[in-house]
Ligand binder design. Structure first.
Ligand code: NAD
Length: 492
């Protein structure tokens, strides 16, 4: 651990000493009004860097840079874009350790997962790089006297707004397809964890991305974020964040008829029937809520268990949760690091109090942990004796807090699973294949895993229903968002 901390200090020194300027048109640009904000590490709450606090004037400059670079980037051949994006992926791999260490200290996520997340970022670039040459392909449709040719063209400069939980990986997930499609971008990362977004734009420029294709403006949602969603030169907004922010963005973008793609919150059920492989189900349920500090949109935050096995199953989960290592994010053994910020820690601990006052039982956790550095450590928490009306069963807590509810039969399990405003993911555990088909057909979620934890396959669609999102990422779905479909009819 000491060695890792020393290494992290070396990687962070440039940020501590020189801060994080915005990057517009390939140049470091301080905020127009000279403002900065300070970002802190969740490990020890000490300042990490002074970050340029962009506002409307900075967004305007970045949008103009993205607009100026668009025509040439859109005309760059698919093969050239493919080669360049592979170079970005290579550079991510070469700097994966630096990315992972900076991400851990900026977000509190543990190295165990961030080392993989950095490499997953590279995979996102490779996946969309390989598809860049065919992104414009459409089909032809004949009718009497006419041949129709359908193609796709990049929509224009786009805004990408990302959250703080796993910022590096999520940024690559949104930015790689936009660039592969031929769009230029303005990226506004989350104010709580802005550091790896800076590494990413640097990497892309070093790999040869032309100036102005990728612009980075830091700032807060209510100023930089809002200005980006309102800017007339920005044609679409790819957004990952809270559901209520999605609503605000939709309103803000209305005047300029912004196309929007939303990946929002979740209150995802893991449903366990008595006939399931219960050991695997318990491990998967634990992994899906307590990995990534529970700060994960796809986390299984509601555990619905068949009544006949409820007590035994929840006792197993509680016992295993109690043994999960909470600690310094750079300790290779740590699963749960500190939560992102004292404000968020308070929100999570408030929910613990809410659950207690609603009458649920804390089977394990439910308290702050005195961890290294004195940061925002919270013990993995399991509530039992809960019901679906409780706030801890309805609202997204976005921390290591799991709410377990019993069900008596399949009909009740389905009713409980669907009785929330969200619909991002669901996890079903049963040995009965017919039930699995029947249940998943009726479960209101954009993505469902049967007898599995969340394992992403990039060509498949990613996104949610209800308050969990609008639109899908992954495979060709990403290109559909970042491109316009155009039909040309030729008389024959
Ligand atoms: P958030 O909505 O508070 O912020 C996300 C981003 O939006 C930040 O960059 C913020 O500055 C910006 N923003 C805030 N207000 C804005 C406004 N009015 N206009 C424009 N931009 C604005 O979310 P968060 O707290 O950073 O992240 C946690 C949330 O993200 C959780 O709800 C989580 O479920 C969700 N999330 C969803 C996915 C998914 O794929 N569905 C993935 C990760 C996180």
């Amino acid at each position: 651990l000491a060695e890792n901390i020393a290494k992290a200090e070396r990687y962070l020194a440039r940020f501590t000493q020189h801060g994080v300027p915005n990057r517009i048109g390939g140049e470091d640009i301080p905020a127009a009004d000279g403002a900065v904000f300070e970002t802190i590490s969740p490990v020890d709450l000490k300042p990490l860097a002074k970050v340029s606090h962009g506002k409307a004037a900075d967004i305007d400059r970045a949008a103009k840079a993205a607009h100026a670079a668009f025509a040439q980037w859109a005309e760059t051949s698919g093969e050239a874009r493919k080669a360049l994006l592979h170079r970005v992926a290579d550079a991510i791999v070469a700097r994966a350790e630096e990315i992972a260490f900076v991400e851990c200290m900026d977000t509190g996520q543990s190295l165990k997962f961030m080392a993989k997340a950095a490499l997953r970022g590279a995979e996102n670039f490779r996946f969309f790089a390989d598809r860049a040459p065919e992104a414009r392909d459409g089909k032809s449709l004949r009718t009497d006297g006419q041949v129709n040719m359908t193609t796709r063209v990049p929509i224009g400069p786009v805004g990408i707004i990302t959250p703080w939980n796993t910022p590096f990986m999520l940024s690559t997930w949104k930015i790689a397809p936009a660039l592969a499609a031929g769009c230029t971008i303005v990226h506004k990362p989350a104010e709580f964890s802005p550091l790896t977004a800076r590494l990413l734009v640097e990497i892309a420029e070093e790999a040869g991305l032309p100036k102005g294709v990728w612009n980075l403006v830091n700032g807060f949602g209510e100023d930089a974020g809002k200005a980006l969603t309102e800017h007339p030169l920005v044609k679409a907004i790819g957004f990952v964040g809270e559901s209520r922010t999605g609503s605000m963005i939709m309103k803000q973008g209305a005047d300029t008829l912004k196309r929007v793609h939303f990946e929002l919150g979740g209150k995802n059920p893991v449903i366990v029937f008595a006939d399931a492989d219960l050991d695997r189900a318990a491990d998967a349920a634990l992994f899906m809520i307590y990995s990534l500090n529970g700060e994960r949109c796809t986390s299984s935050s509601r555990l619905l268990v068949e009544a006949s096995i409820y007590d035994k199953f929840t006792a197993t989960v509680a016992e295993k949760a109690g043994r999960i290592k909470v600690g310094h994010p750079l300790d290779p053994e740590t699963v749960i690091g500190p939560l992102i910020h004292p404000v968020h820690e308070k929100k999570v601990l408030d929910y613990v109090e809410i659950g207690r006052s609603e009458g649920a039982t804390i089977a394990t956790g439910g308290r702050k942990v005195d961890g290294p550095g004195g940061g925002c450590y919270v013990a993995p928490t399991l509530f039992t004796g809960a019901n679906n009306q409780m706030r801890i069963a309805q609202e997204e807590i976005f921390g290591p807090v799991l709410t377990a509810i019993p069900f008596k039969d399949e009909a009740e399990a389905l009713a409980l699973a669907n009785d929330v405003q969200y619909g991002l993911t669901g996890y079903l555990w049963t040995a009965d294949v017919t039930r699995a088909f029947r249940f998943t057909d009726r479960l209101q979620a954009g993505m469902i895993w049967v007898n599995s934890e969340n394992v992403r396959h990039l060509p498949t669609p990613f996104g949610g229903v209800k308050s969990s999102g609008i639109g899908r990422d992954g495979g060709d779905w990403s290109f559909d968002f970042y491109m316009e479909t155009k039909n040309v009819a030729f008389a024959t």
